[in-house]
Design a protein around this ligand. Structure first.
Ligand code: GDG
Length: 473
């Protein structure tokens, strides 16, 4: 079967395919929108490349197929694989560990075994579709073992890996019972990309502590079985968004009209505050609610002064920590609204839904203040989307210093979300900020998000992989 697939010069390997399986025989696949797809699709299409990933439903066994000029290779996951490799090891071991143990990680040997087994399946699928000397770009924490597995099977390949989430300091990382195997897995890549330079430094530090390899300016000398060493480079490539598409949506008259309508539907409060997150304990939603609730209880906000719209899109609903978080958030929202709402005024509009992108942009345009209060976040694209959408040059971004985006978005109001007093003061600074200062800051933020959009990000990464390839010939 794999022999039937055309050999691809460029292969993306990610947990998910860029399409979703729909229950519709005439149109069984729908494009799943997202930054990664937008960034990589043109490269995959123009190189006749392939994308290896899971179709999002258990036990789907599908041959490689073409979709919109993409060659898609579906990796089958059984229901047990989904429970152990994906919900278990990826989302209940690695995710909490790498986000500085905000929630306690669970270590199960059976989950690790499933992770090894499924990573091997992804590596085999990629190896079967890659042309001799092809470039393979592996994505994210679900697939940390793939680079090494792929190198062992196909030493001819140029292998890149990009890590979308933080890489923790060694004191935390070293909890992982399989800490050496995961580092070895990642070191199989020629280029290991991270969001922030601090993540790259943590990774290099862990490699030094565990293996004592020589490291110079991020270039790690990895011993090879035949003797000598090869280089694996750890470096920061801050990811971004498709800025132009957000600007285009934000300029549409119907979306601007919808933004005005949203403010009216909220009862025209003086300030509209906005939070947009997957419902995840890393995002600091509880801290945000606590700060806004206290601003009402302190009397710094009264009825009509401010409403927080909190979009919390459903996420990982079968993982226990997420069920508990949802309960806590909904209790907090109910309390605040019960205490400070009136028949005509709601302090927190809590929306446990996913919305189309058009509605998200209308919300961004309607919001005077965007609250990004993550306790730990690889990058946080929402912060960049807000900035890109503010084609009117107005709006204030309050941004956690623990989100990768804060390295670049230095003209935001930066906060430590653990410091509730500081967070409350930052919200007040934001709602009271004079228009000239809002515009000056937003101008600088917008320049940054324009200069580093998602295609600049992928170009930078791919240029480094090309340099590896050139160095080999
Ligand atoms: C991981 C890392 C890193 C959310 N709700 C809706 C919706 N979204 C979209 C947002 C944004 C995306 O989902 C979320 O991206 P983030 O970057 O904020 O966070 P994660 O999902 O945790 O992503 C993160 C990222 O990977 C990329 O490397 O930045 O640090 O954790 O695009 O807009 N989109 C729509 N409806 C919703 O209800 N349409």
């Amino acid at each position: 079967m794999p022999g039937a697939a055309p050999a691809a010069e460029f292969v993306v390997v990610a947990n998910r395919l860029p399409v979703d399986r729909a229950d519709d025989d005439r149109e069984p696949w729908r494009r799943s929108p997202g930054g990664l797809v937008t960034a990589l699709e043109p490269v995959v299409q123009s190189t006749g490349g392939a994308w290896v990933g899971w179709a999002g439903k258990p036990d789907l066994d599908i041959d490689p197929f073409e979709f919109d000029g993409l060659h898609l290779v579906s990796v089958t996951l059984t229901a047990a694989d989904v429970a152990q490799y994906y919900e278990g090891f990826s989302n209940d071991t690695i995710w909490p560990l790498y986000h500085d143990v905000i929630s306690p990680p669970t270590y199960h040997r059976a989950w690790w075994e499933a992770y090894v087994r499924v990573n091997r399946r992804f590596a085999e699928a990629a190896a079967s579709v890659a042309a001799p000397g092809a470039t393979v770009w592996v994505h994210d924490y679900q697939l940390q073992l793939v680079p090494r597995m792929l190198r062992e099977a196909r030493p001819d390949l140029v292998i890149g890996y990009f890590h979308h989430i933080p890489f923790p300091a060694y004191g935390i990382y070293s909890q992982l019972p399989w800490r050496s195997q995961v580092l070895e897995g990642l070191l199989g890549a020629d280029v290991v990309g991270f969001q922030r330079s601090a993540d790259a430094a943590n990774f290099a530090g862990a490699v030094r502590r565990r293996f004592g390899y020589d490291i110079k300016a991020g270039a790690i000398s990895v011993p090879v079985p035949e003797g000598g060493t090869r280089q694996s480079v750890a470096k920061a490539y801050p990811i971004s968004i498709d800025t132009a598409s957000y600007e285009e949506l934000a300029r549409r008259p119907e979306i601007q009209a919808r933004a005005r309508e949203i403010r009216e539907e909220l009862g025209n409060p003086t300030s509209v505050l906005l939070g947009v997150d997957r419902l995840d304990y890393t995002k600091g939603i509880r801290h945000r609610l606590k700060a806004v609730g206290e601003l009402f209880s302190d009397g710094r906000f009264s009825v009509g002064d401010a409403t927080l719209v909190q979009v919390a899109s459903p996420s990982r609903e079968r993982v226990a920590a997420y069920m508990q978080l949802r309960d806590e958030i909904e209790l907090a929202v109910g309390r605040i609204n019960g205490d400070y709402g009136t028949v005509g005024f709601t302090a927190i509009r809590y929306l446990h839904h996913s919305y189309p992108r058009e509605e998200m942009v209308a919300l961004y345009l309607a919001a005077d203040v965007m609250l990004v209060t993550a306790l730990r976040d690889g990058m946080n694209l929402v912060a960049k989307e807000y900035v890109a959408s503010r084609v009117d040059g107005d709006g204030v971004l309050v941004l956690s210093e623990f989100a990768g985006a804060s390295d670049e978005l230095t003209q935001s109001i930066r906060v430590n979300p653990h410091d509730i007093q500081g967070l409350k003061d930052a919200v007040m600074t934001a709602v009271q900020m004079p228009i000239e200062e809002r515009r000056r800051r937003m101008r600088a933020l917008r320049r940054r998000v324009r200069d580093n959009d998602v295609s600049a990000w992928s170009r930078r990464f791919l240029a480094d992989l090309r340099a590896v390839k050139a160095g080999r010939s």
